[in-house]
Design a protein around this ligand. Sequence first.
Ligand code: 5FU
Length: 267
Amino acid sequence: LQRTRLTYENRSNLAKSAVAKRLFQLMASKQTNLCLSADVTKADDILDIADKCGPYICLLKTHIDIVEDFSEGFITNLQALAKRHNFLLLEDRKFADIGNTVSLQYGKGLYKISNWADLVTAHTLPGRSILQGLKAALGNVEAGQERGVFLLSEMSASGNLIDDKYKENSNKIATEGGDIDFVAGIVCQSSNAFAFPGLIQLTPGVKIDESVDKLGQQYQTPELVVKERGADIGVVGRGIIQANDVQKAAITYRDRLWTAYKERVAK
Ligand code: 5FU
């Protein structure tokens, strides 16, 4: 059976990453496959959006380096909201350097990402050492705090340089070579990007009303990404955060992404 035909419950049993297991279970029990991309630059605005949309999302995605008034207190508050509303935190850092540098970027600096982000994203460009570098930073994290990474194997930007060979090799980095316990999923745009059902397909570039932005972003509808492109989680940024009523928009995207998933597995 193709991975896209299996339920999230079934796939949680197949996942090798503890965070992927947890996330699949959370999605199934909370009935949401919506990831909110909270791309705003004031800490209080992120917290406000997280509080309003928290009940409808499985993941909150950050770009922590765009926050103008970052503080440890902000992270404490964000983690409290994640706990209250039952969602995980994904820092979309897109690590892309040598192992030693990503280890420092993940664990050190102002943001100490490994201390609070359940999940991070990383490019596969440097090869397998990207995973070893990230893992090396986890000595800091207390035992029991589970961490995972989403590897990029495709991008939504028009004209991006990723080709089929890169995609295939990214998939190999994820599934071969002993790091599958650390890889929660793949950031990609199509269902043929990988086959292993224990990985989660995270797909950005989801919007109901528009097909492009002015800077190369390409959008698809919730139904298309889930039913035809294999998305397990749809990532929505401006479709929600620029809406007049962010909570209402989150509910609409949640409903449409979830219905598309239910129809996909019922086929
Ligand atoms: F890996 C990717 C990708 O291929 N496309 C993306 O758009 C990540 N993203 C992120 O998803 C991007 O950095 C934004 O944070 C988010 C999409 O936001 P939008 O407002 O829905 O376009």
